[in-house]
Design a protein around this ligand. Sequence first.
Ligand SMILES: O=C(O)CCC(=O)C(=O)O
Length: 456
Amino acid sequence: MGLVSPELRAPGQAEIHDSIYKQAVAFGRRAEELGNNVFPAIPDLLNIYESPRVRGAIESLLGPGYLLHPHRYCHTSERPTPQTWHRDSFWGHWHPRNACPYWIMALYFPQDTPLELGPTEILPRSQWYNKDEKSDRGPYGCARFSDREAATGIPAASWHVQGRPLCCSAGTVVLMHYDLWHRGGANISSNGIRYMFKFQFSRMLSPVVAPRLRTAPDKAINWEEFYQDGIDEPARMQPVWQGIWDWLHAGSSEAAAEADADAVKVLVTELIQGPGQDALDPQRVAAAWQLARLCKGRLPVIEKTVAALDQLLQLRGRNVMHVLDMLGPAAARFLLQKPGLQQSSDAVHGLGRCLDMAGGDAEVTSEALEVLEEVLKGREDPLLRVCAAEALGCLRLKDSAWPLQRAVAEDPVGAVRATALHALLRLLTSGDGCLEALRATAQAVKPKDPDRSVAE
Ligand SMILES: O=C(O)CCC(=O)C(=O)O
């Protein structure tokens, strides 16, 4: 999570926040009814998200050409009790969560927001929590934490974190991982309504196509600066942070020094310990990333790891997705050989993420195209189709556009249509001129589609 102060916060520039605040006040609690239409209602908001500092911060996380998603919302708060802790659905749809920066939210506070006005609160590092795997909305649903659970349950006891209110001054933009647990705080002031504009942004280009530039290439990061007393057992989360950093720079790191069979076995054992949503979550997450790091550049180890994930976990679960997210292109060929792949949306999602980091091994990509097309066309489970659509958008092949286009027009489930359109946009953004022709066809679908997020 990071706080950005647009240059608009510089002295003398406060008027724009004040003006946005006054426009929000004019709507009062009806501001929530604006739904996705907050931009036409308050066009000044564009200046916030278009400000060079905010753009630069978002680009450093999502790469160039990122998408300002059409779903957005003005959250008001005047209730004296907080919301329950939750993470967001994808505008009403359920979608696999991403370990790496593919999707972020940006919260803009137009007024000074001290504690008593009910700022948004977050549970730090909660993007890794597994709690929602068994929610009643399926594996990508969204559970809830009560106050008591957050204060004494897994967040406090095993992650050692407490809720953190995002108190801030007018003009602050908070960028955070899309999957972070959060809630609206209690507004116990007599100062009226608190306004917060929530937008979401998604990555269009793989870091392979647009790696983040290293500003100081020779300087190693001192991760200890990020440890917080009492929170991090030294080095536990470091493989995760390092893994994301390397991923953003398109995998430019060195492989870990040791990759003996014992080390792999130990990490796989850590990965499968416990029922998957308990006090051992932090160890499992760290083990997943360490394992992926150990695999780097070592085909036989990657093959063994994929086989173990298949045998022991049937290629299912959040931790499998963590490992696959990080294994990269070399894992794709082994995954494609597993019959369980086509039964597990987690594995199909992971395959997509591996392919997103691929440079283009023709044999693997054409096999992947065939398998994903089949899953998108032929599976009853909409989650499998959602993940196949997303993975087709990672292939960067002209031919993946046709099944996606069919899904945009014909799939009966909104989540599949929306994901397929997003995947098509990724293909268009990846720069293959042939794909430009698709723009018109995709746009032709829009007036007929009742799903707002597809239609906009
Ligand atoms: O009101 C807030 O501060 C947060 C609300 C929110 O993000 C939500 O309801 O999803």
